[in-house]
Design a protein around this ligand. Sequence first.
Ligand code: G3H
Ligand code: ZN
Length: 284
Amino acid sequence: MTLIKKIIENAQEGNYAFGMFNTSNLEVTQAIARAAEEKNMPVLIGITESAVEYAGFLPIVNMVKAVIEESSADLVMHLDHGKNSEFVKKCIDAGFESVMIDASRLDFEKNIEVTKDIVDYAHERGVVVQAELGKIAKLDLSVESGVTLAKMEKTDPDELEEFVNRTGADTVAVIVGNIHGMYEAEGNPHLDLDLLQILRERVSTPFILHGGSGTPSEDVIRGIKECGIVSVNIDTEVRIAFVTALNDFFVSGQMVIDPRKVLSIARDAVQKKVGDKISLFGSL
Ligand code: G3H
Ligand code: ZN
């Protein structure tokens, strides 16, 4: 059994969740690995297509692989929100143990078709596939008031059952009020736990919670304990921890010549943030 399969199985049996944290640079990747070591918990390190655009395919993939290889923690390189099938297959060929095919922007039938094609390709190679059903909304952090960039469509229970049966996806990202990004001033979104419970009763497939940043902790814990969420995705809170640490440093008026002096402060801040999340999701 591959490491990722074991990690999912353990989380299901133990009724806890592991974190998936996004990275696009060395310092954040190291911070995630160090937090996982410190907390002795498994973690997924997520690479997106935009992280690849930023860093380059081989640089980021080989960097993440190297950090995982050197770490004593159970870490898995994961493709997050893979939207292009050819790209997802390239990642599978490059050694990702876990991939997400996100065809949620397509209609139901097309989502099934695209997802099933990736599931077949991945399973022949022992790779685990996460799919998405429903449409997640996204908040635009660049504007004063939180503007929702995409309209949310919650996961439909009937569709979920059919989707899981026809695609054979290993895990499903469900949309139950969760939103990408966070905007505290407008009140962070609560999860629709009643819907999540209904979804849980329809299928036994493990659920993934996207948009974990800013989601009230009590909702996340109930989703994990009562509704079969095995993994929570966090990106925005990691970015904020990194950038806030850099900002605080420069605002304090200090100057450095060596970038490592300030980047290591940001790395420590991310480690703390990731460690806190790991503890929350893994609390028994
Ligand atoms: O796939 C990544 C996430 O769903 C992250 O969402 O930025 O709200 O933490 P977030
Ligand atoms: Zn997401």
